[in-house]
Design a protein around this ligand. Sequence first.
Ligand SMILES: [Zn+2]
Length: 148
Amino acid sequence: MDLHELSGGCHCGNIRFKLTLTGTLAQRHPRACDCDFCRKHGASYISDPQGTLRIDVADESLLQKYKQGSGIADFLICKACGVLVGVSYQEEGRVYATVNSKAIDAGPQFAQETPVSPKLLATSKKLERWQENWFHDVVLKVNRSVAD
Ligand SMILES: [Zn+2]
């Protein structure tokens, strides 16, 4: 099986992530969410339920977990440089997450973006879709502020 290791993060380096994706990158369509928030960030999302994701936050005080829309998921944003790196959501102790393809370090050529409209889905359908599409194997490591 094709396995690709990619890395990414915010602009200032406070949030870094590593992900593995299965299959052919050129056949993966980043999902461009059409909600106002994602549209304004120009975000489009890449995830793989068969892959892995590890997010390292160097300084917790510079991590913004922004809730919008249905308020179930946390948009992970760096307070220092403003980059939206991804979205996570927790259920029964399990973390599901997806990353903003624009925050992946330059290199991979993905397929064309596909527009998606999760805002039109009922909450239960939305959760179903996230559980189907997002990374299941997620480590979110948040380091305490140096000042603490
Ligand atoms: Zn940053």
